[in-house]
Design a protein around this ligand. Structure first.
Ligand code: NAI
Length: 270
C-alpha cells in the first residue's frame, strides 16, 4: 500500500544489483511513494544490465559510480541534481563487499590490502558520499541519509570476518557525520541494522544458511525481509522521522534483545 510519503522528494539510491538486493526493494517502494531518484552502482556491477529493468520500472536514470572514488561521486552528485532539477532529500548507501570474505580467508589469515579494500568499499565510502554531498551543498534541509549495517558491528560472528570492523566503522561515521550534518543543514544520518537477508552479499558469507535459520528462530517476529527493510527505509526518508538522527536502528524482528528462545532450546534438546 502506498501513502505518498515521499511525494516531491528527490534522492540517490546506491547498491541495486539484482531483484534480491535491499536497494532494489527500496527503489520500488520509493517510486510507489512518489519519489524521484537516480540509481547508481559500481560500473562493474552493471555489466549484467539488470539495473536497467529497475530504472525503467521506476522511471529513473542510472549513473555508474564506484563509491570509493571521490571523482565518481562528485560526478554522480552533480549530474543527479541536474537530472532531478534540484537538491536532494534522501540518499541510501546500500553497499558492502569484503575480498577476504569472498575468497574465504579465515580471520587469522587476512590479507591486509583486502582488509583495507573492505573498509574503503563498505565504510569509508559512506563518509565520501556525505563529504561530497556537503561540499556541493547537495542536500535540502531536513534531508535523510541512510546506510545499512549488521549486528556483527557489536557482537562477534566468526564468518563475518573483516566486515564486522567495516560495519562498526560505518555506524561510527553515521554518528560523527550525523552531528555535523545536523548542525549544518538539519540533515539526519542513520544506519539500519538489518536481519540476515538472502541477497548476493548476504549469501556470500560462509555459513549463511545456518545463521539465517538461527536468527529466524531467535527472533520473536522472525527475520525481517528485504521488503520490510525497504518499508523501514521509506519511513526514515519521510517527514515522519525528522528528529531521528545519529542512530543505529535495529530492524531484526527482536533478535538483538533475545537471550535464548524456545525454538533454540527445543532444537538443542533433540
Ligand atoms: P547486494 O549484493 O545486493 O548489494 C551490495 C551492493 O554493493 C551491490 O549492488 C554491489 O554492486 C555494491 N557495491 C560493491 N562494491 C561497490 C563499489 N565499489 N561502489 C559502489 N557499489 C558497490 O546485497 P545486499 O544484502 O542488498 O547489501 C546491501 C547492504 O545491506 C550492504 O551494506 C550489506 O552489508 C547490508 N546488509 C545485508 C545483510 C544481508 O544479510 N544481506 C544484513 C545486514 C546488512
Amino acid at each position: 500500500m502506498a501513502y505518498n510519503l515521499l511525494q516531491g522528494k528527490k534522492g540517490i539510491i546506491f547498491g541495486a544489483l539484482n531483484d534480491k538486493s535491499i536497494a532494489w526493494k527500496v527503489a520500488q517502494r520509493a517510486h510507489e511513494e512518489g519519489a524521484q531518484f537516480v540509481l547508481t552502482n559500481a560500473p562493474l556491477a552493471m555489466r549484467m544490465g539488470e539495473i536497467n529493468k529497475l530504472a525503467e520500472e521506476c522511471n529513473a536514470q542510472v549513473i555508474p559510480a564506484d563509491a570509493t572514488s571521490v571523482e565518481d561521486l562528485q560526478n554522480l552528485f552533480t549530474q543527479s541534481q541536474e537530472i532531478l532539477g534540484g537538491k536532494l532529500d534522501f540518499v541510501l548507501h546500500s553497499i558492502g563487499m569484503s575480498p577476504n570474505v569472498r575468497k574465504g580467508k579465515t580471520y587469522g589469515d587476512l590479507n591486509y590490502e583486502w582488509f583495507q579494500k573492505t573498509l574503503d568499499v563498505s565504510a569509508l565510502s559512506f563518509h565520501k558520499v556525505m563529504q561530497v554531498a556537503e561540499k556541493q551543498d547537495a542536500m535540502n534541509e531536513w534531508g535523510s541519509i541512510l546506510a545499512l549495517s549488521y549486528i556483527a558491528a557489536q557482537r562477534s560472528f566468526p564468518d563475518y570476518s573483516d566486515m564486522a570492523q567495516a560495519k562498526a566503522m560505518l555506524e561510527s561515521i553515521a554518528r560523527s557525520y550525523g552531528q555535523r550534518f545536523g548542525k549544518l543543514k538539519k540533515v539526519r544520518v542513520n544506519t539500519i541494522s538489518q536481519s540476515p537477508t538472502k541477497t548476493t552479499a548476504g549469501t556470500g558469507v560462509g555459513g549463511f544458511d545456518a545463521f539465517f535459520e538461527y536468527a529466524d528462530k531467535m527472533s520473536p517476529l522472525g527475520n525481517a525481509s528485504a521488503e520490510d527493510c525497504a518499508n523501514y527505509c521509506i519511513t526514515l526518508f519521510s517527514d515522519l522521522t525528522r528528529l531521528v538522527t545519529m542512530q543505529n536502528l535495529l530492524h531484526d524482528g527482536g533478535f538483538s534483545s533475545v537471550g535464548i528462545s524456545e525454538e533454540i532450546v527445543n532444537q538443542m534438546n533433540k
